[in-house]
Write a protein that binds this ligand. Sequence first.
Ligand code: CMP
Length: 139
Amino acid sequence: MAGKLTFTMIKPDAFAEGNSGAILKIIEEAGFAVKAMKLTKLSPAKAGGFYAVHKERPFFNDLVNYMSSGPIVAIVLEKDNAVSDFRKLIGATNPAEAAEGTIRKLYAKSIEANAIHGSDSDENALIEASYFFSELERY
Ligand code: CMP
């Protein structure tokens, strides 16, 4: 059965441009409940750890630099079918391919500065939430 939790980050480009409130409104109106949320700034080491699965990819260094370039908002969300419903809401990684009305279509600038992250599996949702929040049992 699909899990109820997913993890997201509002990325540095979207936060810096003042789009966090508009993005959170879309998320809440889609039926997701905020279970934990914090504004934080990733060190390069912490950004690299979060994206360790991509460390052999050619874009890894740029991704780490970008993700540690300014504040991000880390959020744990709850909803039935959270992971897949959230990935539909945010749209394709590349905003040029994102469907109309998705968060990335509305707010992403490029495949790297793509406004928002969404976990790709229930297992990763828990791993990623635990990377930022220690009290998972309270969710
Ligand atoms: P995200 O869904 O957070 O997961 C990996 C991130 O790597 C992705 O969003 C993009 O921000 C970034 N990225 C940069 N270049 C690429 C690329 N060519 N393909 C996939 N992801 C990329």
